[in-house]
Write a protein that binds this ligand. Structure first.
Ligand code: SAM
Length: 218
């Protein structure tokens, strides 16, 4: 994924108005106000170029989707994939995600969180930048509804092991795959840009699904 500028569409302002959520610091989002309904809200963290969220929202019109992405150019790419008239159940948040995400997402409100190909930060001295760490899993636990799910994919074996170990330490999550991960594409799987590129290079993604249990603490 390069860091090139993405050409803005002629109707950029209209798309921004329709799809982008304005976040005010530390103000919890009001989903009913944002979507105009009470439907469940699923979140994707690190939406990249938006293949996943733009398809998912069309497959499930009775679910609302929020894609959170740090890079504004990628936010523009995602907005270009969305339909101004039809895609009323998707919004985007241009935001850095870490444990502080709970300052904007309501507690116990999200049934499913998707994290696909988070940056693996392969060098040991960069592991501290990895999205998945215990304070962030605490935040996942706080955002998820009881029995809510987290679906994670990575083609990086070292990061996969790291993720499995971090979730193994938890009493508030159970792994849904016996060996910690699966190579099988699951029902509803959508191949993202990054996954397609990495598969072509010979890297197979590992899927790790977790379900929240009732215990709230590690
Ligand atoms: C390797 S790319 C994968 C993108 C997409 N999920 C896919 O599979 O094609 C990682 C994405 O996560 C975004 N990202 C990285 N760290 C983030 C963070 N802390 N908060 C929000 N987005 C982040 C990056 O800008 C990038 O778009």
């Amino acid at each position: 994924m390069g860091r090139r500028t993405v050409r803005k569409p002629a109707d950029y302002d209209q798309r921004k108005e329709k799809f982008l959520i304005n976040v005010e610091e530390d103000i919890i989002l009001d989903f009913v106000k944002i979507f105009g309904n009470n439907n469940p809200v699923h979140i994707e963290i690190g939406s990249g170029k938006g293949e996943f969220i733009s398809q998912k929202c069309r497959e499930n019109r009775d679910i609302n989707y929020i894609g959170i992405e740090l890079n504004p150019h990628r936010i523009t790419s995602i907005m270009k994939k969305l339909d101004l008239a039809e895609d009323t159940n998707v919004k985007l948040l241009n935001h850095y995600v870490d444990k502080n995400i709970i300052k904007v997402i309501p507690q116990y409100s999200i049934p499913v969180i998707y994290i696909q190909h988070p940056d693996p930060w392969p060098k040991r001295r960069h592991h501290k930048y990895r999205l998945i760490n215990q304070p962030f899993i605490d935040a996942l636990s706080l955002m998820l509804t009881p029995e809510g799910k987290v679906e994670i994919a990575t083609d990086h074996p070292g990061y996969s092991e790291w993720i499995i170990e971090h979730f193994q330490e938890r009493v508030d999550f159970k792994a849904l795959f016996e060996n910690g991960f699966s190579f099988e594409r699951q029902a509803g799987h959508i191949e993202t840009y990054f996954e397609e590129v990495k598969r072509a290079e010979g890297f197979e993604p590992r899927f790790m699904f977790y379900q929240k249990l009732n215990q709230l603490k590690r």
